[in-house]
Design a protein around this ligand. Structure first.
Ligand code: SER
Length: 588
């Protein structure tokens, strides 16, 4: 079966079951500020999972392009990718477990003709908060799965979401393909990574919402959110043991051979695959209509890391950087299905070219320098953070690249010291930027800083009045006013608006200090801060606290005390887009 046949088969099957097809959304999430990329088909649907009416109804299906950086170190094994397509179907408060399991089973066994005995499934075993999912177990039994094909696991394996800190989540049932390989041990099961079981589909029974304080509440409706790994299923139904052996990667592998004359073999397989996979991912991210370019922050930093890793392997394996030509093949291969790649071809190519020029200038020198550092290492086998920072700052080596070089030699990197140097460096750049900004614009700068603090107070007040399904969707500050977009499904009442501005004014009156702390992402989560969590580099974040009113991850700058804002007034509350409201407000 071809890739396009599989995409259509999935869509048509769910259309027969009353689902409406929706387009693949951008890789840069619009409705979920808590993640850097769209990592699953559910991201663009968050408002609808929370109860907003979807214009196309309550059964949806699509093929969604996704990026997940959490698996980056796994790329190169048979089945992991950073970019992948996800086949998904959703029930927005319509059908639940019985229909969802029945439909998945029917699709796998009748449309893809996977024999029942090749399936294994996992089900939530229950804990203090949520009971064991005996319903899902019974439903699988009813489909003909034997007891030995059904495994129970806890939250680590069988609970999905939220994708960020807050949002919809729930127990899931995961479907695995049993490759038929022998068990690696008596304990071998779908949770094992030996390769016997390949996870192909995840059906999440999304009836909970995780709140910022870590508690769970029931969603307004019971949803189903499923996601199937397109590349993996394509490999399975074509009887090959790796996604890299499907038509999605074979043209890239042939292109590399044609460009370099070097064949893929067991010794270079991992690097060969990484070059293809990262180039494909980068092409899709750069080709997204939102035009993210390589940079040192957020999504741009991920693009930079992926390109630089691919370049390093390309130079290592082939003695040359062939990424640009490979990206052209990706565009050719996917252009029909994802026309944005053709449309943004010039941007994709020129950004990869620019990044290549910059990185190649320092790559060889940096590698030599790294060798020198490693050669000088003593018994402790730890590269000091100052050297790692030098490799970053002077030679453009992402920390992960240095870590990988170290790992190849059996060394580690002193991450604490690196992060300290990195944070100091960021602080210096920030001060530099503020100094530039202040030249001739002192009033504006002060005013926008205060409005920024007012935005945090407003965010906190909205959550107090409307509940913590409210989260930021956008913010824009000029010297005159703040504009704040947030998720909420209806117009606010006069009473609610009054309550919100009263809370902000109360906080201003109390003249509370605005305190900035640096902490790890984990600590920020535990602390209950809201904001964007991601796995980006230097995993320390700044958290601004206005005691009793706001705890938010943010780069600053802010007023020192709330009293500086003097007073606060809402000018306007209106709709911004479906499920998103907009408030304009002033201070002073
Ligand atoms: N959101 C779930 C997942 O990513 C199902 O799509 O696995």
């Amino acid at each position: 079966m071809t890739a396009q046949e599989l995409r259509r088969l999935f869509i048509e099957f769910f259309k027969e079951k009353g689902h409406k097809e929706i387009a693949s959304a951008s890789l840069l999430p619009e409705n979920d500020p808590s993640v850097l990329f769209t990592t699953a088909g559910m991201h663009p649907l968050i408002p609808y999972l929370l109860g907003e009416k979807h214009p196309l109804g309550n059964r949806l299906v699509n093929v969604q392009k996704c990026v997940r950086t959490c698996d980056i170190d796994e790329v190169g094994d048979p089945n992991h990718c950073t970019f992948f397509e996800m086949l998904g179907n959703w029930s927005l408060g319509d059908y639940f477990k019985a229909e969802s399991i029945a439909m998945s089973f029917e699709f796998l066994t009748t449309r893809l003709s996977i024999p029942i005995k090749k399936l294994a499934v996992t089900v939530f075993e229950g804990d203090d908060g949520v009971p064991r999912d005996m319903e899902a177990y019974q439903l699988w039994r009813k489909q003909g799965l034997s007891e030995s094909q059904i495994f129970f696991y806890g939250r680590d394996e069988n609970w999905w979401g939220p994708a960020g800190i807050t949002g919809p989540c729930g127990p899931d049932t995961e479907i695995f393909f049993d490759t038929g390989k022998p068990k690696c041990s008596d304990l071998c099961s779908p949770a094992c990574h030996c390769g016997k079981y390949v996870e192909i589909w995840n059906n999440v029974f999304m009836e909970y919402n995780k709140n910022a304080d870590g508690s769970y509440s029931m969603l307004l409706q019971k949803n189903v959110d499923t996601g199937m790994g397109f590349e993996r299923v394509l490999a399975i139904i074509n009887d090959v043991d790796s996604v890299y052996k499907t038509e999605l990667f074979l043209p890239l592998i042939s292109k590399l051979k044609e460009l370099t004359g070097i064949e893929l073999n067991p010794d270079n397989e991992r690097q060969y695959r990484i070059i293809c996979e990262h180039t494909r991912a980068v092409t899709f991210i750069l080709g997204d209509p939102k035009a993210i370019a390589p940079s040192n922050t957020e999504q741009g930093y991920i693009v930079r890391r992926l390109i630089r890793k691919a370049i390093r392997y390309s130079k290592n394996l082939f003695g040359q950087n062939v990424i640009v030509d490979l990206a052209k093949t990706v565009i050719q291969q996917y252009g029909d299905i994802y026309p944005e790649l053709e449309h943004n071809k010039d941007f994709i190519i020129s950004e990869i070219e620019k990044e290549s020029v910059t990185f190649e200038k320092t790559l060889d020198l940096g590698l030599k320098r790294a060798e020198k550092y490693f050669a000088a290492l003593g018994e402790e086998r730890v590269l000091d953070g100052d050297s790692a920072f030098k490799l970053y700052d002077t030679f453009g080596f992402p920390l992960e690249l240095t870590e990988e070089l170290a790992r190849e030699k059996g060394f580690t990197v002193d991450l604490d010291r690196f992060k300290k140097r990195f944070t100091e460096h960021q602080e210096l750049s920030r001060k530099g930027a503020e100094a530039k900004f202040k030249g001739g614009m002192a009033d504006n700068s002060e005013q926008t800083t205060k409005l920024h603090t007012a935005t945090h107070l407003l965010d906190g007040a909205l959550r107090k009045v409307l509940g913590d399904t409210v989260f930021q969707r956008g913010s824009n500050i000029t010297s005159k006013r703040l504009r704040f977009d947030f998720s909420f499904s209806r117009k606010l009442t006069k009473d609610e608006l009054n309550k919100v501005s009263d809370i902000v004014n109360e906080a201003i009156k109390k003249d509370i200090p605005v305190i900035c702390d640096e902490m790890s992402v984990e600590e920020a989560k535990r602390y209950g801060a809201i904001g964007v969590f991601d796995d980006k580099y230097g995993s320390t974040v700044k958290v601004y606290t206005i005691e009793g009113y706001s705890k938010e991850i943010c780069g600053g700058p802010h007023a020192s005390r709330t009293g500086e804002l003097k007073s606060f007034a809402i000018l306007k509350e209106e709709s911004s887009s479906a499920g998103v409201r907009r408030i304009k407000a002033v201070i002073g």
